[in-house]
Design a protein around this ligand. Structure first.
Ligand SMILES: *Cc1c(COP(=O)(O)O)cnc(C)c1O
Length: 393
């Protein structure tokens, strides 16, 4: 069934890929809430455990609802394999612990999710896995940071909150020249807007918590890529170490995938409208959004993505005081750091998501006191503009 459906187009895969109908004839995907599976005989149990006979043993290893989600997301990213995980962070942890050993080296973009930076510096470093951080947009810095023991290049594009882009094809070529794996955290675009594997990346990471769910309900993640690296190595780590996705969460994400393309384009349309409007406001010094002609990498965004995404940030003239007033003056938009929700969210990066950075690190990252980030939801954009007006005044 998945083979036949793999030949279909994106929107069909998003609705149907990975579904295996049971003899009950259900149309919607069932939730298999079972921890273990029953065997016909002792001999069958032995054959399943030895791996001679494929099939379910225990839901830490495999679960039919989770498998449907994995096959559907793999199909959407254009990959052979996907392993679902309990969170986005456990996806990154599983990738690193499955593939790396003491003495190995990572080159990572400096502009990545805060917890990922902490994972690399505070925890992997304890195991002797060292990370060098480079500027996302500077290909020469990436090349210069590569050592003989480098095993992984890691990045997010566009970055959060400043929406800088990396040229995925260029970095994939660099990785290939050095026989290094390139992993892209595709959380902000999702495969609806950007498919890194088709551009040469080896691995895609997801926090399913964000746009894959799309309505802010569940925490989950995924590692997507080739059969050997993801299907064998990452899966081997996951079934032993255990950061598995729950079947209920997998079912919520499956429903999210069915509307992914519609939602991502609606988020993009709303965000572009808001970005253009903010650019015309006198209180606003600068707007960061790849869909704007004023964005330094607008051409690359047009080439690499099929939409510009649901995240923008802008800098106010009045510094931190103006930024906090702006946040506090909203009545509709939610004051929360989460993103990828139908509900628009607003945050002040310098004192929340990036609050643990030092003054120098903030400066290096370009995160000023006057910067505000909005993850634009699916409300009517005129109501969002009206909600921002008091703060701008
Ligand atoms: C949220 C996020 C993560 C972590 O995902 P969780 O599901 O919260 O563990 C990783 N990368 C990016 C880019 C994120 O936004």
């Amino acid at each position: 069934m998945p083979d036949k459906k793999d030949k279909h187009r994106f929107d069909t895969l998003a609705v149907r890929a990975g579904q295996v109908r049971t003899p009950e004839g259900e149309n919607a995907e069932p939730i298999f809430t079972t921890s273990s599976y029953v065997f016909e005989s002792a001999a069958e149990a032995a054959a399943r455990f030895s791996g001679d006979l494929p099939g379910n043993i225990y839901s830490r290893f495999t679960n039919p609802t989770v498998r449907t989600f994995e096959q559907r997301l793999a199909a959407l990213e254009g990959a052979e394999s996907c392993v679902a995980t309990a969170s986005g962070m456990s996806a990154i942890l599983s990738l690193c612990l499955a593939l790396l050993k003491s003495g190995d080296h990572i080159v990572s973009s400096r502009s990545i999710f805060g917890s990922t930076t902490m994972l690399f510096t505070n925890f992997l470093e304890k195991l002797g896995i060292v990370t060098s951080f480079v500027d996302l947009t500077e290909i020469d810095e990436w090349a210069a940071a590569i050592r003989p023991e480098t095993r992984l290049l890691f990045m997010e594009t566009p970055s959060n909150p400043l929406t800088e882009l990396a040229d995925i094809r260029q970095l994939a070529d660099l990785a290939q020249q050095h026989s290094i794996l390139l992993a892209v955290d595709n959380c902000f675009c999702t495969p609806a807007l950007q498919r890194p594997i088709t551009l040469g990346a080896d691995i895609v990471i997801h926090s399913a918590t964000k746009f894959l769910d799309g309505q802010g309900r569940c925490v989950g993640g995924a590692v997507v890529g080739g059969k050997d690296v993801v299907g064998e190595q990452v899966y081997g780590f996951l079934r032993t170490a255990g950061p598995a996705m729950s079947p209920f969460n997998a079912w919520v994400f499956l429903k999210g995938l069915e509307t992914l393309n519609l939602r991502m384009h609606a988020h993009s349309e709303n965000t572009l409208a808001l970005a253009r409007w903010l650019e015309a406001q006198t209180a606003v010094k600068r707007v960061y959004y790849p869909g704007l002609e004023s964005h330094a990498q607008h051409q690359l965004a047009k080439k690499q993505q099929t939409g510009f995404g649901g995240l923008l940030s802008f800098e106010l003239h009045g510094g931190r005081e103006a930024a906090w007033k702006m946040v506090d003056a909203t009545r509709v938009i939610s004051i929360t750091a989460n993103l990828g929700d139908a509900k628009s969210t607003i945050t002040h990066p310098a004192t929340t998501t990036h609050g643990r950075l030092t003054k120098e690190q903030l400066q290096q990252a370009g995160i000023t006191d006057g910067l505000v980030r909005i993850a634009v939801g699916l409300e009517d954009i005129e109501d969002i503009k009206n909600d921002l007006l008091p703060g701008l005044a």
